[in-house]
Design a protein around this ligand. Sequence first.
Ligand SMILES: [Mg+2]
Length: 161
Amino acid sequence: MFLKPTYLIAGDVTDINIDELSRSGIKGLILDLDSTLVAPKSAQITQEARDWLDRARQRFQIAIASNNKNEAYLDLVRKDLSITIVGRAKKPSRRAFHRLMEEFGLQASEVAVIGDRPLTDIWGGQRAGMQTILVDTLKTMVEPEWKRSIRKLERIFIRTD
Ligand SMILES: [Mg+2]
């Protein structure tokens, strides 16, 4: 099995060029939450990520699909960012992606899935027929070494040619 993200970003979510993405015909974004937009379990967003999200919202319909099951935690983020979040998304299941696509009123090809995990975010987005954008984990995040190793291993599945 190989995964081929539509875009491989050399950087985290804030390095995604909003103008370029908008010009490519994308109209909706489905973002992963933990490690992509906020440090896991922190529910805290950096000013840089907040600014990026604010700019992105002027161009795209945006929602979050997260495998996180902690509704109290997700509610903190929902309130802070005033954003739709589908929790327990069970990515790589396509269910949450399809549900949000219908809410957006868009075709799969007009939606991009953004996340840091190949086997959940990218595989799921690919299965849903959407464009996919693989980002690094937030640069402001400090992770234990074993977690970093798993992330590197997962990237073996990525095809860049
Ligand atoms: Mg993540």
